[in-house]
Design a protein around this ligand. Sequence first.
Ligand code: IMP
Ligand code: MG
Length: 179
Amino acid sequence: MSIIKVHDKEFQPYIGAEELQLRIKEIAAQISKDLAGEKPLFIAILNGSFMFAADVFKYLDIEAEISFIKLVSYKGTKSTGNVVTSIGLDEDLYGRTVVILEDIVDTGKTLNMFLPQLHHQQPKKLLIAALLTKPEALTYPINIDYLGFSVPNKFLLGYGLDYDGLGRNLPQIYQLIEQ
Ligand code: IMP
Ligand code: MG
């Protein structure tokens, strides 16, 4: 087994590149079937989702648009708590079919705080496609419409996911070896 070291930690192969591609093709086929004729707008959440977004998008066989955003969280007022806002979203979502592309839904906190802002623009549909989710870690309710894999609550790396900035370029997903 080819173990890799990134910064101070060791990781073992977890989901192979081929398995990822097969699953992503299935997701793209399902989305193409469900949303044919709707000209959906895909919104990829950077940085982590760039590989997943590129692969889903290239396997679609319907007309679709894509836009990339970054989520920024900051401390709001006492009553609002932490606030998550986006940069880079120029499109008007009113009446549109929107599909969020996310690498991994972990606690669900980020999306849970951000989705109300999108709903506010009154899209026709707001769907979520996530490559990965960790059900044991999920503490904020998030309904994932298109899911790649459910995984145990262990740190993952590769295929867009980083450990302190590194590892995003790996074509497969690795799992942290806990010492
Ligand atoms: P959440 O708000 O807890 O759902 O966090 C979601 C974000 O945390 C994801 O979009 C990832 O960028 C990051 N994240 C969560 N789990 C992992 C992991 O195992 N490896 C790398 N990044 C992760
Ligand atoms: Mg992310």
